[in-house]
Design a protein around this ligand. Structure first.
Ligand SMILES: Nc1nc2c(ncn2[C@@H]2O[C@H](COP(=O)(O)OP(=O)(O)OP(=O)(O)O)[C@@H](O)[C@H]2O)c(=O)[nH]1
Ligand SMILES: [Mg+2]
Length: 400
């Protein structure tokens, strides 16, 4: 994760802990040892994969004369660099400030004693901590108002997209699983794809035409990670709204990763939190990615595992990098979408230009032909939600 924000890592170590020290998290001997390392390497930052209390962080910074950040701090830092849209940046800033605020509250007594009464910006009698807290709260309130506005605007976008007849397929998965690579492979577009964590922070949407001619909207999303700080889960829920509304969800897994099972489990937890049942075979497709990295034995093992699952829940083995298995994947998407879509066989008056163009705009036109009676026969497919409108507009339409 440190590499994800281009930090040059000079040393890595594991510190065995028998108990957590309230003052410094790790033991005195280790604190001294790391102080030596920081000095030798002239390191500016020490990253600790744990949750530090504000007091621990301050004590360690003092002992090492270096900046100390914990897991949440690092994730916030990465998110901050990756946010590309207005909403993304606002959400990250919101999470960051909430994090700071919680630290201010918890370190209240210490800070108050240290800086009490000397608040530069504060009114009479206001302590620094109160000023900091007030400033943070004001900024948080402003961000919330702005987020509301951005959200409303996005809802408008979504409403206009709801009028588009294309179904949505969303890519979800653990960070670095290969979602963006797969997105590119399928759309042949170019979005930021990189060997770094959280390369995609804001959802990316693209319309694609599947080999059968069916147009869908493919949505790339932010990667999941284990132990994501709760405040971030909340802040990033919004970026996953596309997923909640998707007709098909592709769960992309890096099956060449040693932790693939645990990662998959984490992703399923998040999906459940979003109200999506990971076992919903009508909506979910598991994509087992990076099979090019497996040896013959590993491949056979996975193929066997996949084949043991019932057909409706069988994962698709692919390599987003080499393109292997992509056809099977698009076929699986088609099959999944066809299940939930309603097909109509309509017979229109050939002079009904408005009707024909309405159908082209609002449905997926699968066939159009003049029939023996001189009527225009059209076969169209729509989302169940739209079936009523089609029926109402084209009375006498038969559902096939
Ligand atoms: N060998 C191999 N590498 C792959 C494959 N798919 C993706 N990668 C590599 O895995 C790394 C991560 O890929 P991304 O597509 O950025 O992953 P992501 O899931 O979008 O990651 P986040 O956006 O960070 O959540 C990149 O270096 C890709 O080149 C694959 O099928 N085979
Ligand atoms: Mg990505």
């Amino acid at each position: 994760m440190a590499l994800a924000i281009e930090l040059a890592v000079v040393d890595v170590g594991i510190v065995p802990l028998s108990e957590i020290r309230p003052a410094t998290f790790i033991g005195k001997g280790k604190v001294d040892e790391i102080a030596g390392l920081v000095k030798t390497h002239e390191a500016g930052i020490v990253v600790m994969d744990c949750a530090l209390s504000p007091v621990q962080q301050r004590n360690l910074e003092k002992a090492w004369s270096a900046k100390v950040i914990d897991r949440t701090g690092l994730i916030l830092e990465i998110f901050g660099r990756r946010a590309r849209t207005k909403e993304g940046s606002l959400q990250v800033e919101h999470a960051h400030l909430t994090y700071q605020k919680s630290r201010l509250v918890r370190s209240w007594t210490h800070l108050e004693r240290q800086r009490g009464g000397f608040g530069f910006l504060g009114g009479p009698g206001e302590t620094q901590i109160e000023t900091d807290r007030r400033l943070i709260e004001e900024r948080l309130a402003r961000i919330e108002t702005e987020l509301e506005k951005v959200k409303k605007r996005r809802q408008l976008h979504r409403d206009s997209r709801a009028r588009v007849p294309y179904p949505i397929a969303a890519l979800v998965g653990y960070t670095n699983a290969g979602k963006s690579t797969l997105f590119n492979r399928v759309t042949r577009a170019s979005v930021l794809e990189a060997d770094m964590l959280f390369a995609t922070l804001d959802p990316t949407l693209r319309a694609v035409q599947l080999p059968s001619g069916l147009k869908i909207i493919l949505s790339d999303t932010v990667g999941f990670i284990s132990d994501l700080p709760t405040m971030l889960v909340a802040a990033f829920r919004a970026t996953l709204e596309e997923v909640i509304e998707a007709n098909v969800i592709l769960h992309v897994r890096d099956v060449s990763h040693e932790d693939t099972e645990a990662q998959s489990h984490d992703v399923e937890q998040v999906l459940r939190a979003l109200g999506i049942e990971p076992d919903d075979e009508d909506r979910l497709i598991e994509v087992w990615n990076k099979i090019d990295r497996l040896d013959t034995e590993g491949r056979t093992r996975l193929q066997n595992l996949a084949e043991r699952r019932p057909a409706a829940r069988r994962p698709v083995l692919v390599s987003a990098l080499s393109g292997e298995g992509i056809e099977a994947l698009t076929a699986a998407i088609e099959a999944r979408l066809a299940k939930s879509r309603v097909t109509f066989d309509l017979a229109l008056d050939p002079s009904d230009g408005a009707g024909v163009s309405w159908l082209h705009r609002n449905t997926e036109v699968m066939a159009k032909d003049m029939n023996a009676e001189g009527r225009l026969a059209m076969t169209v497919r729509v989302d169940p939600a739209k079936a009523g409108v089609v029926k109402a507009k084209f009375l006498g339409a038969k559902v096939s």
